[in-house]
Design a protein around this ligand. Structure first.
Ligand code: ADP
Length: 521
């Protein structure tokens, strides 16, 4: 009986609407909608076209049609009116279009009904149902389908929102996870709910271990540089009422030992009623920043010390010589003037080194290339230094026929000067200093060795750093700016060479560098 059929139809409609609202997966939802719609209309196939943000329609789901044939139904999407009102909704020539499509495909679909899916008068899609036999869709059919389409539209809209939201969430998760800074999100009870990869690396805690724990269990300070941490700030009333981010800096205890310098910015997140929902913490490794800071302060203290000593000496001797109440014999005059001249040279040298270092910072070191006989150069440098020391024996040891290399002679002399003057400076009890050369097929190796105090193992990797000075040197205030080896390394590398040091602490040090032999064919 017809009425019976209608009753069942309505019951079915109610049941399916309930199922639809629970479904958040858009693809599955569209499928359910289509299946229900075709069944209710006693149809054989159906399609759903959804409107994309640019306004055009695309087929998003089909039912009862071979998948490969679905694209052929696209002509049915043309001329869809913008009017979401279902009483006026009409796609012109729809039956003809279907006729043409199915004729080409050899399908037996004869009737079509299309109804708008709309939300608040806005058209979000169109639902099509097809029948294979000749019975026309009645006004009643249209009405049933229309109210179903409206229900379906709400569910589709929800699923679309949900899809967009989860996409957004996935994108945010990815940003958080791969952010170069550590990121942590706390709930209102300060329990960790998000802990990203960078933070796992910084802190030594894996995300799995950290999640769910209280903030204070994971963030433990070995030393604080700011006057408060999260706990004391919260005790003092943070974040209300200022709601300003809180910055905490210091040395963080890493899990499994050691510490790391970090700065953490905590930003509060409130709900509409002003209740704290989350704290978002950004954790930054400030090691490099501290290093730069340290370089700056060493620079200032070293330079002021290095400048002051010669200036004080020059001033002292000059003042003495200028005293009008005294007469100086020629010998004293000469000695004083020698000191002044030597100290002026030292100042000059320091200024040159500083200029070279800042030039290096700014870019490359320009070289004036020429043919250089390193054996003759070593001899010259040795001769110069022999006049400056009586307790050191300076020997030069090169094989005969030592090859000439290409290089900047003045700069290479600066390298040898630096290495030999260090060898003298760091063997205060004297000893043998040797400049030796070896020729290998592709390069020459020059070594300057001494029998001095040597270099502690932990300092050996750092001696070529800018402004680096050994702990002992800083302690004993041995003059020096920690620039010599930095410049030496830069010059050697500008020649495409390498430099390294070998030293047994207490037994002396040997610095070696290579200069490539260019094949002159
Ligand atoms: P400076 O001599 O002005 O301190 P350098 O850059 O020439 O600066 O050397 C850096 C550090 O390397 C020195 O402070 C010293 O600790 C160490 N060093 C350099 N040469 C020697 C050497 N021949 N023997 C022992 N230590 C050395």
């Amino acid at each position: 009986m017809l009425t019976d059929y209608r009753v069942r139809q309505r019951e079915y409609l109610l049941e399916i609407s309930r199922a639809l609202t629970a479904q958040l997966n858009l693809d599955e939802l569209l499928h359910m909608v289509l299946e229900a719609a075709t069944k209710m209309m006693a149809g054989q196939a159906g399609l759903i076209a959804l409107r994309s943000p640019n306004g055009s329609f695309t087929i998003r789901a089909s039912h009862g049609l071979p998948r490969a044939l679905v694209p052929y139904f696209e002509p049915l999407l043309t001329d869809i009116p913008d009017d979401a009102d279902r009483t006026r909704f009409h796609i012109p020539g729809l039956a003809d279009k279907l006729g043409r499509v199915v004729a080409g495909l050899g399908l037996r679909l004869q009737q079509v009904v299309a109804l708008p899916m709309s939300i608040k008068r806005e058209l979000i899609g169109v639902l099509y149902v097809f029948r294979a036999y000749g019975t026309r869709f009645t006004a009643d059919d249209r009405q049933i389908l229309a109210s179903f389409a409206d229900q379906a539209a709400i569910a589709v809209h929800n699923a679309q929102l949900y899809e967009r939201l989860s996409q957004e969430k996935r994108r945010l998760d990815a940003i958080l996870e791969y952010s170069a800074d550590g990121v942590m999100i706390l709930d209102s009870a300060h329990r960790i709910v998000v802990f990203n990869r960078a933070l796992a690396q910084l802190s030594g805690w894996s995300a799995a271990e950290a999640l769910g724990r209280h903030h204070d269990e994971v963030i433990r300070w070995a030393r604080l540089e700011t006057h408060q941490d999260l706990k004391s700030a919260v005790a003092g009333g943070w974040p209300l009422p200022s709601a300003r981010p809180l910055y905490v800096e210091g040395d963080l205890r890493r899990r499994g030992g050691g510490t790391i310098g970090v700065g953490i910015t905590y930003a509060p997140l409130f709900d509409r009623d002003g209740r704290l929902v989350n704290l978002i913490a950004n954790v930054r490794d400030i090691t490099r920043f501290r290093e730069a800071d340290e370089i700056k302060s060493t620079f200032i203290s070293v330079i002021s010390h290095e400048l002051k000593t010669p200036v004080a000496l020059i001033k002292g001797y000059a003042d003495t010589l200028l005293r009008e109440d005294a007469r100086w014999d020629a010998e004293t005059m000469r000695e004083s003037l020698m000191v002044i001249a030597e100290e002026a040279d030292r100042l000059n040298q320091l200024i040159d080194n500083l200029l070279d270092a800042s030039r290096l910072q700014a870019g490359a070191l320009p070289l004036e290339m020429d043919q250089v006989a390193l054996d003759a150069l070593a001899e010259r440098v040795a001769r110069h230094f022999r006049t400056q020391t009586e307790i050191h024996e300076i020997v030069v040891n090169f094989p005969p026929d030592f090859p000439v290399v290409e290089g900047d002679e003045e700069r290479l002399e600066q390298v040898l000067n630096n290495l030999v003057s260090n060898a003298i400076k760091y063997s205060p009890k004297g000893g043998r200093i040797e400049i030796s050369g070896r020729a290998l097929p592709n390069e020459v190796v020059i070594t300057v060795s001494d029998q001095g105090v040597g270099i502690p193992f932990e300092e050996q990797p750092r001696v070529f750093e800018r402004f680096f000075r050994g702990a002992r040197e800083r302690h004993q205030r041995t003059p020096g700016a920690g620039l010599g080896l930095y410049l030496v390394k830069a010059i050697v590398e500008a020649h495409d060479g390498r430099i390294w040091v070998e030293s047994n602490p207490g037994e002396g040090a040997a610095f070696s560098f290579t200069i490539p032999r260019r094949q002159t064919s």
